[in-house]
Design a protein around this ligand. Structure first.
Ligand SMILES: [Mg+2]
Length: 474
């Protein structure tokens, strides 16, 4: 399940005279271009992110404030791209297996594109992956595997990595790009104006074949249904859109959610509900022997999910796995038992990473806080079943049999619901009826595809679009 470490090297050292200001600082979706590109690389899961600045570095660098990036300064930027490439490559730790080299001036390059570049490399194990647009034209960003880093560091002049394309024809893989326009660069003020017309929020509603929806803060707040709840389920039924209601909360069982919805007048069944406890148990079923002994920390949600998958719950005398969910009766003894088991080689799985849980009187320790204690005590990082990790959404997609790019993720949290969807290449819709406030969006590095006040507004947009596409003769 672990994915290889792929870094990003953002090439932002070049000088530009045509824009009256550094090109790196042109506004894009409310932030400087260089910050937008760094955010996109981060959302795609690339790590570490190295940014090479040069021309106007004093002006450009502050635009990256607050972002987890390594900024390198290329004082010889006027000699061409090669100096930036070698600086960037030299800064990459030895754990990095490949790097994507992103020019700072391709603002339409998005998370989906970067994910597909990495996936293409993984499938083919090519040394160099080059995107190709119309008529086979080669574009950027390009991915290089580690075995080319030494040669990249030796380049000189302004040719960049292209010289290696010709030298190593057998190592090259060209990746067709469905929409070659996303490779367009901001070369001139006119090109920038033209690209601005394409920015902004959009979603291909008629391409949607499935929905994964969060519950708390989207369908209800506490015991109160949120606006649009009934219209939302009516729309899914009319359009025959399969859906999964997916939550990080592992403390309640799917039946409890079905009952809660029934109390609000929505008829559904447990096939449509997935919590992180079930995702953890599903994952475990792919790893462990049938009936394997498991030591659980957590409430009924975790215990029932494990039991229904046939695992033997133990008191900690022996276990192949430790599975940790939020436990309101947590004791030092339980943490000690889990620590001893993990130190003795038991697998370590956590239901969800939520650090806090909102109670009436404020935020209290959530499962992430319990898991942090165990990580500190064992030096072992658990497999995380919940969002933004991939397991929960992958289980949901498998249940529906729908491709990620055709499945809309709806949620109220940027760092779990939306980030998890973006990282799997899914279209994402944020609703502002829960955790996230509108004024947090400009500063956040996580950019959903669309934002609505609530589910009611989302349903209206979806219906509006379908109506229009239905009416149009094409
Ligand atoms: Mg929520």
């Amino acid at each position: 399940m672990s994915s290889p470490a792929v870094a990003a090297v953002i090439l932002a050292a070049g000088g530009s005279t045509r824009f009256g200001a550094p090109k790196q600082l042109l506004p894009w979706q409310g932030r400087p271009l260089i910050a937008h590109v760094a955010d996109t690389a981060w959302m795609a899961g690339l790590s570490p992110i190295v940014v090479v600045v040069g021309a106007e570095a004093e002006q450009v660098t502050p635009a990256l404030a607050g972002r987890d990036v390594l900024v390198l300064r290329n004082y010889r930027w006027h000699e061409g791209m090669s100096v930036s490439l070698s600086l960037g490559v030299a800064a990459l730790p030895s754990s990095v297996e490949a790097a994507v080299f992103l020019p700072v001036d391709q603002p339409l390059v998005d998370v989906r594109f970067l994910r597909s570049l990495v996936a293409y490399w993984q499938q083919r194990n090519a040394g160099i992956v080059i995107p190709v647009g119309r008529e086979g034209q080669r574009g950027t960003p390009v991915l290089f595997a580690r075995r080319f880093f030494a040669e990249l560091a030796q380049l000189s002049g302004d040719i960049g990595g292209r010289v290696l394309f010709a030298q190593y024809p057998d190592e090259r893989a060209t990746m067709p790009v469905a929409d070659p326009d996303i490779l367009t660069d901001v070369d001139t003020p006119a090109a920038y104006e033209a690209l601005l017309a394409r920015q902004g929020m959009s979603l291909e509603w008629d391409a949607l074949k499935g929905v994964i929806c969060d519950m708390d803060g989207v369908l209800w707040r506490g015991e109160t249904p949120l606006p649009g709840l009934h219209d939302f389920f009516a729309l899914l039924e009319t359009r025959r859109i399969p859906y999964v209601l997916a939550t990080n909360n592992a403390s309640k069982t799917p039946e409890q959610y079905v009952n809660k919805l029934a109390g609000m007048g929505i008829v559904t069944n447990t096939e449509h509900v997935l919590n992180s406890a079930t995702a953890a148990a599903d994952y475990l079923a792919t790893q462990a022997a049938p009936g394997a002994p498991v030591y659980p920390i957590g409430g009924p949600g975790i215990r029932e999910a494990l039991r229904s998958h046939g695992f033997t719950l133990t008191e900690g005398d022996h276990a192949d796995y430790v599975v940790v969910g939020w436990d309101r009766d947590l004791t030092w003894r339980k943490l000690a038992t889990a620590t001893l088991l993990i130190r003795n080689g038991a697998g370590f799985i956590a239901a969800n990473p939520d650090r806090t849980f909102p109670m009436e009187d404020g935020l209290v320790p959530g499962n992430g806080a319990q898991v942090a204690a165990l990580i500190t005590a064992t030096d072992v990082t658990p497999v995380m079943a919940g969002k933004p990790g991939p397991l929960l959404y992958e289980r949901a997609l498998a249940r529906m049999g729908v491709a990620p790019e055709a499945t809309l993720v709806i949620g109220d949290r940027l760092d779990t619901d939306i980030l998890g969807g973006l990282r799997l290449g899914m279209p994402t819709a944020l609703v502002l009826s829960g955790i996230t406030q509108a004024d947090e969006l400009p500063a956040s590095p996580i950019h959903p595809d669309v934002v609505f006040d609530d589910l009611a507004a989302l349903v209206q947009a979806w219906q509006g679009r379908l109506q229009k596409s239905h009416d149009s003769p094409a």
